[in-house]
Design a protein around this ligand. Structure first.
Ligand code: AP5
Ligand code: MG
Length: 208
């Protein structure tokens, strides 16, 4: 099963991806995580990506499609794409080198997103938290390392990211709807575990 995970910034793609990967044995590929790893390592891709990420804009398609294409060559079995494709060009390119079975769209009211993103704390191991549930803790429950805040998780960049999403990424819902591959989970204000139950219901039905 090869899945595209679609959703606005802060919709919970990363949070759900960790759970889906574990339960359905899929490889989680996040373009955002790959760019952040490149930035941390100081690579040329990282230097280029940082200028776009800091501005809340999309990293150029050529670089982005290439890193996804290369990553998929190493994957055995099914995978979960988190944050790719993000515009029509990327979706069409993806269809040239991959067979996508399903686009899982996480729908969350925009009014919830700013607080979620600005309160997010991350660990380099991939775990994601929110300050409201950390009870003052500053280290990762999973691996014990210090948590950090993403540089693009500030109100100004988040507004730009949301605008980029509405303008370029949201239209992909229609792209996958036309291919009869769209499944939308209406997350409302439900907790991550409640959302995961709905996600499982969709994936189990699809997997039959
Ligand atoms: P990326 O890293 O993909 O960021 P994003 O799409 O903006 O999404 P986020 O990671 O911010 O949110 P999420 O949906 O994963 O939410 P999360 O689970 O963490 O991309 C970053 C940048 O890289 C882009 O802006 C772009 O510049 C570049 N880029 C990436 N891919 C690209 C591409 N294909 N093309 C070009 N450029 C690309 O949850 C958020 C918070 O909410 C957390 O605190 C979490 O604990 C909390 N939370 C989660 N679920 C719930 C819930 N149900 N209830 C309450 N709180 C919740
Ligand atoms: Mg994410």
């Amino acid at each position: 099963m090869n899945i595209v995970l679609l959703g606005a910034p802060g919709a919970g793609k990363g949070t759900q991806a960790v759970k889906i990967e574990e339960k359905f044995f899929l490889t989680h590929i996040s373009t955002g995580d790959m760019f952040r790893a490149n930035i941390k390592d100081g690579t040329e891709i990282g230097k280029l990506a940082k200028t776009y990420i800091d501005a809340g804009k999309l990293v150029p398609d050529g670089v982005t499609c290439e890193i996804v294409k290369e990553s998929l060559k190493k994957v055995k079995g099914g995978y979960l794409l988190d944050g790719f494709p993000r515009n029509l060009f990327q979706a069409e390119e993806l269809d040239k080198f991959a067979n996508i079975d399903l686009c899982l769209n996480l729908e969350v009211d925009t009014s919830l997103l700013l607080d979620r993103i600005c309160g997010r704390r991350m660990c380099h191991c991939g775990a994601t938290y929110h300050v409201s549930t950390l009870g003052g803790k500053t280290t990762c429950e999973r691996c014990g390392k210090p948590l950090y805040q993403r540089e693009d998780d500030n109100p100004q960049t988040v507004k730009a990211r949301l605008a980029t999403y509405e303008d370029q990424t949201a239209p992909l819902k229609n792209y996958y709807l036309a291919e009869n591959k769209l499944a939308t989970v209406d997350c409302g204000a439900k907790s991550p575990d409640e959302v995961f139950k709905m996600v499982c219901a969709v994936l189990e039905k699809f997997n039959k």
